[in-house]
Every structure is written in structure tokens, then in C-alpha cells.
Design a protein. Structure first.
Length: 423
């Protein structure tokens, strides 16, 4: 059984929570793209785990894998694993595998990300984790892979080859090229290479073998459909493909093996960083949702921009991902708001659009067509079944489900694992 989970919006939909919830039924939990730009939160018994690279199934017995299509900062991973160990969860090489071909985020990628962003007159608002520059190097075939990191001699040879290119690039962007000769980080990376050498794995082979043996594999997406580097709101996107098909390509698993594709959908919409957000609420309602939903970035702490549920964008996610199920999150955040609004279409130059325009510049000009729903009063965080929901919440869910056209399987009413029910 092979299940893929992806974000339907602009990330931060609650993927970490739902992966943790589903993880007990899976043998392998796998990250397939992105890097430590992701921030996936898991809350169990009131304890919060913020995971950037470790797959969100870490609290169960499943084996975890980091696939070759990810970009991995070994310093972030080491810090994350140390914190988990301090809290009693030991992640050793039996628990976690890292593909030999995984691209390593080097300190110069982080430097270049900062320089690139400050040079842009129109910002993207990246997480400054070096993601884009690590992917540039992957495509340019100038990356350092996990297997290079694990072998000091190979790493040094690779750096010798790359240093003149990177130093020139850093200098041309106004930075300090001496970072390329700085033995401090190079020694740290050699140490990290030694630490993670035993974790090296062949992710595609491991997953395909597990599937042949009838095991269950869960692929955990990072970011969301509209941050996809190909289909998202370019240029305001991340540098990897975040849609379901990307899991197959990045993990080396044939599309014929996919059984379920689960979309994580927030009951409203948020975005962190720049780029169009047609239903954005730049007013007290937006501030209210941000506070009620704790909408501050898990990775950067930046306030997230908040808006009403945007159906055209979700329709596009459904098309891009081919969802078989939806997990609807953060319903509890919308309590006590009257009326609730849902964007059912856009208006652009006098024309009504049911689906987003393909050009980002056009999307930025779209005006939402809003439908009112009555809403409900009271706290939903203790509710564990559909029939215990207030009428207004049932009406909101039913309306969204019929508009989206994919069955809502899970309803989430709080950050905790137990604050979820099956519809
Ligand atoms: P991810 O990147 O998709 O994993 O999402 P994040 O972890 O970045 O952001 C989601 C935030 O919402 C986290 O703080 C979660 O603990 C929290 N969360 C998830 N589901 C719910 C929910 O149903 N209700 C509330 N109130 N919070 C939730
Ligand atoms: P999770 O997995 C929300 C956004 C950044 C920026 C753009 C490009 O937690 O949902 P990058 O550093 O990737 O080059 O930044 O993408 N972004 C995210 N927004 N959730 C994320 O991940 C994100 N990862 C990147 O804010 O706008
Ligand atoms: Mg997040």
C-alpha cells in the first residue's frame, strides 16, 4: 500500500499532524522533496515537536527515509535528532535512512540564498535555508551528495572542484568569498558526514521491496500545491515540485503503485512569504484568524497571511494531485465568526472564473466572489464526531465537501493527535 500526502494550499495545512495520526498504520514514512524550509508540527499529550527534516512518523515504530529528491542540511538534521534524543526518542540508522544521492545543503547555499533575496527588487520571501541554491546545484550537477559527505577525501576533492565557481558567484553577488576556504564549517561537515554515514540507504530500492512484501509506505509532502516550482504561483514558489506525482519521480516508485493520495486542506487559507493570495484579509478579521489559529511560521516565526477558503485554488490542487481523500484541518479556528465567507469563484476583467488563471500576474488581479455561510458558536476542540458538531459547522463542512468534490475523510479540530475524527 502506497499513500501520498500533500499540502493543497500554500503549506502549513497541518501535514505533520495528519502524518503523525496516520503513521501507526504504516511501515515506512518518507520525505520526498524540499528541505528544512518545511516546518511540520506534531502535538502529542500537549508536547510539541517541530520537525524540519525528520519525517512526522518519528514517534511510532515505522522506519523513516529521506529520499534523493530532498535537499538536506546535515546541521539541521543533527540538531533535530539531538533534541529528539533528549526527549527520549532515539533515531539511529535502524530507524532512519538517507539516500546516498540526497543533495546536501552547504553553508554557501545559505549564504547565496541571503544574497539573492537581498538583491531582488521584488522579493520572494524565502526561508533563507539555501533551498533554491541547493536545487540549482542539483540540476547543474554541481551538488555534494550524501555519499560525498560521508567520505572525507571525496568531499575535499569535490570542494576543491567547486570552490572557484562558488567563490566567484558569492563575490559577484556582493558577498564574502572567504566562506569557501573556512575550515571551521568544512571540519563540522566532515564530522557530520561520519555521523550520518551509517544512515546511507537506497530509498527507491527499499520502498519498492517493502511494497513487494505487502508493507505500507506513506510519502510525506512538504510545502503545498501552489508553492510547486512548476505549477505554483511562480516566481513566488519553492524550488521543488510539491504535488503527488513528484513523490513517484523523486522516490523512484512507479505511478502504478499509488493507492491513495490524501490532500491536507485548511478550513481557510494562509500563506507565508510573498505572492498572490486572492482572499487575503488585510484587516481585523485576518488578524483574528492569525491569533486564533496561531498562524506564525514554524520555521521562520513570520506571521502568516490569512484569508477565506479559496475554492478555485483548491480545485486546481485537486487536478494537480488527483486526491482520493481530504483531511480538513483547523475547523475549530473559525468558531464564533459570523458570517463565514467562502470564495467560490474569481472575477477578472468582468469575467467570472471558476478555476485560477494560469498566469501568476493574472491571479494577482483576481477579485474573489464570496458566498456567506452562517457560522457557529462555541469551542469545537473537544468534539470527536460529526453529529456532535453544531449545525453551522456541519453546514460549512458539507458545503466545502460538495464544492471540492473529494470525500473529506478526517476532520481536525485542534493540534493534538486525539483532536481528530473520521467523517
Ligand atoms: P505543516 O507544515 O503542514 O505540517 O503545518 P504546520 O505544522 O507548519 O502548521 C500547522 C499548525 O496548526 C501547527 O501549529 C499545528 O499544531 C496546528 N494544527 C494542526 N491541525 C490543527 C487543528 O485542527 N486545529 C488547530 N487549532 N491547530 C491545528
Ligand atoms: P511546510 O512544509 C509554508 C515558502 C516561503 C517562500 C517560498 C520560497 O511547513 O508546509 P524557500 O525557502 O522554499 O525557497 O521559500 O516558499 N515556503 C513555505 N511556506 N510552508 C512551508 O513548508 C514552506 N516552505 C517554503 O515562505 O514564500
Ligand atoms: Mg509548516
Amino acid at each position: 500500500m502506497f499513500t501520498i500526502i500533500t499540502g493543497t494550499q500554500f503549506g502549513d495545512e497541518g501535514k505533520g499532524k495528519i502524518v503523525d495520526l496516520m503513521a501507526r498504520e504504516y511501515d515506512l514514512i518518507v520525505r520526498f522533496q524540499g528541505g528544512d524550509n518545511a516546518g511540520h508540527t506534531v502535538v502529542v499529550d500537549g508536547k510539541k515537536y517541530k520537525l524540519h527534516l525528520t519525517p512526522s512518523g518519528v514517534l511510532f515504530d515505522a522506519r523513516l527515509l529521506i529520499g534523493p529528491g530532498t535537499v538536506m542540511n546535515p546541521q539541521t538534521l543533527a540538531t533535530e535528532l539531538n533534541t529528539l534524543a533528549d526527549e527520549g526518542t532515539v533515531v539511529d540508522e535502524k530507524k532512519l535512512g538517507i539516500d546516498a544521492k540526497t543533495s546536501i545543503i552547504m553553508p554557501y547555499h545559505v549564504e547565496l540564498d541571503g544574497l539573492g533575496e537581498s538583491a531582488r527588487s521584488v522579493k520572494i520571501g524565502t526561508t533563507k535555508r539555501g533551498i533554491g541554491y541547493a536545487y540549482i546545484d542539483k540540476v547543474a550537477r554541481d551538488e555534494v551528495q550524501m555519499s560525498d559527505l560521508a567520505d572525507e577525501e571525496r568531499l575535499r576533492r569535490r570542494l576543491e572542484e567547486l570552490t572557484p565557481i562558488k567563490a566567484a558567484q558569492i563575490q559577484s553577488m556582493g558577498g564574502d568569498p572567504s566562506i569557501m576556504e573556512d575550515e571551521t564549517w568544512i571540519r563540522t561537515y566532515i564530522e557530520l558526514g561520519r555521523r550520518f554515514a551509517p544512515f546511507i540507504a537506497d530509498v527507491s530500492h527499499e520502498i519498492n521491496t517493502a511494497l513487494d512484501q505487502g508493507k505500507k509506505v506513506l510519502a510525506e509532502g512538504a510545502q503545498g500545491a501552489h508553492l510547486d516550482v512548476i505549477h505554483g504561483t511562480q516566481k513566488f514558489v519553492t524550488s521543488s515540485s510539491c504535488i503527488a506525482g513528484s513523490a513517484c519521480a523523486n522516490l523512484g516508485v512507479g505511478p502504478t503503485r499509488v493507492d491513495e493520495v490524501v490532500g491536507i486542506l485548511k478550513a481557510y487559507i494562509t500563506r507565508v512569504g510573498e505572492g498572490p493570495l486572492p482572499t487575503e484579509l488585510k484587516n481585523r478579521t485576518g488578524d483574528y484568524i492569525r491569533e486564533a489559529g496561531g498562524e506564525f511560521g514554524t520555521t521562520t516565526g513570520r506571521p502568516r497571511r490569512c484569508g477565506w477558503f479559496d475554492l478555485p485554488l483548491v480545485k486546481k490542487s485537486v487536478a494537480l494531485n488527483g486526491y482520493t481523500q481530504i483531511a480538513l484541518t483547523k475547523l475549530d479556528v473559525l468558531s464564533d465568526m459570523h458570517p463565514l465567507k467562502v470564495c467560490v469563484a474569481y472575477e477578472l476583467d468582468g469575467t467570472r472564473l471558476d478555476y485560477p488563471p494560469e498566469s501568476t500576474a493574472d491571479l494577482a488581479r483576481c477579485v474573489p466572489v464570496l458566498e456567506d455561510l452562517p457560522g457557529w458558536d462555541g469551542d469545537l476542540t473537544g468534539i470527536r464526531s460529526m453529529d456532535a458538531l453544531p449545525d453551522g459547522a456541519i453546514e460549512y463542512l458539507s458545503r466545502l465537501e460538495s464544492l471540492v468534490g473529494v470525500p473529506f475523510k478526517y476532520i481536525s479540530v485542534g493540534p493534538g493527535r486525539e483532536q481528530t475524527f473520521i467523517k
